[in-house]
Design a protein around this ligand. Structure first.
Ligand code: URA
Length: 231
């Protein structure tokens, strides 16, 4: 875990408590302490782990969050509409390493999504080399025709416009229009395009897990912080 040593105003502004220029006022209004001793000088240096605001430790220096994404929110900082970040506490939205999703889910897809402000972690988990398993539940427009599981498992399926076949994916049939699909890549609209390639259409898509992180305990729009280390 990081524990950086820097000025109080730098800690507060990078974690979204206030801007640097507001920090003097912030210290007058709220009880900010270093090892239990209240401070009024925003230029004073301290370790992150020694600082409290109103007796609460500062937010972690880097965040990894698991959310059960509801339908209708967008995994983007730019697009118009309800952004997934608006479901997080306001302070987290003001951190100065921006929180971003690790990969994306479509607006109408629900379920497990990770978010972080740790760029190196984001890069590591989205790299094609990481081959992290993700399990989706897909509701289909048409009953399965019978050869889909074999095609997906073959490692030969080519999606339109792509140069490399998909890695093998495992499909479990729950009923003729409901499947569980395990993939370990994250290509653009991958699941919808896979079913498109076998003459079907995904009506509903829900992601149950991202690697070892499962959202069983989370209602739509709920999230939890995950403790992690990069080692
Ligand atoms: N595959 C899709 O088609 N959409 C998603 O949101 C995720 C995977």
């Amino acid at each position: 875990m990081q524990n950086s040593y820097k000025r109080i105003d730098a800690h507060l502004s990078s974690l979204g408590y206030c801007t640097r220029s507001e920090s003097k006022k912030f210290l007058n209004k709220f009880r900010v302490s270093i090892s239990g001793v209240r401070v009024y000088d925003a230029t004073k240096k301290a370790y992150h782990n020694d600082i409290t605001v109103e007796d609460e430790l500062l937010d972690p220096e880097s965040l990894l969050i698991l959310m059960n994404k509801p339908s209708g929110v967008i995994c983007s900082h730019e697009d118009a509409g309800i952004l997934i970040y608006s479901l997080l506490p306001q302070r987290w939205q003001k951190r100065n390493s921006k929180i971003s999703t690790i990969g994306r889910l479509d607006m109408d897809t629900t379920g497990a999504i990770l978010l972080t402000d740790d760029g190196a972690l984001n890069h590591k988990l989205t790299s094609p080399k990481s081959e992290i398993s993700k399990i989706y539940e897909a509701t289909l427009a048409q009953p399965l025709r019978g050869d889909e599981a074999e095609i997906f498992l073959s490692g030969t399926l080519m999606l339109n416009g792509e140069k490399k076949p998909l890695l093998p994916a495992k499909m479990e049939i729950l009923n003729p229009t409901l499947v569980r699909l395990e993939i370990c890549e994250g290509r653009y609209h991958q699941v919808k395009r896979m079913f498109g390639a076998v003459g079907n259409k995904v009506l509903k898509l829900h992601r149950l897990n991202f690697g070892t992180f499962s959202i069983e305990d989370l209602n739509p729009a709920e999230y939890r912080i995950i403790n992690y280390s990069m080692d």
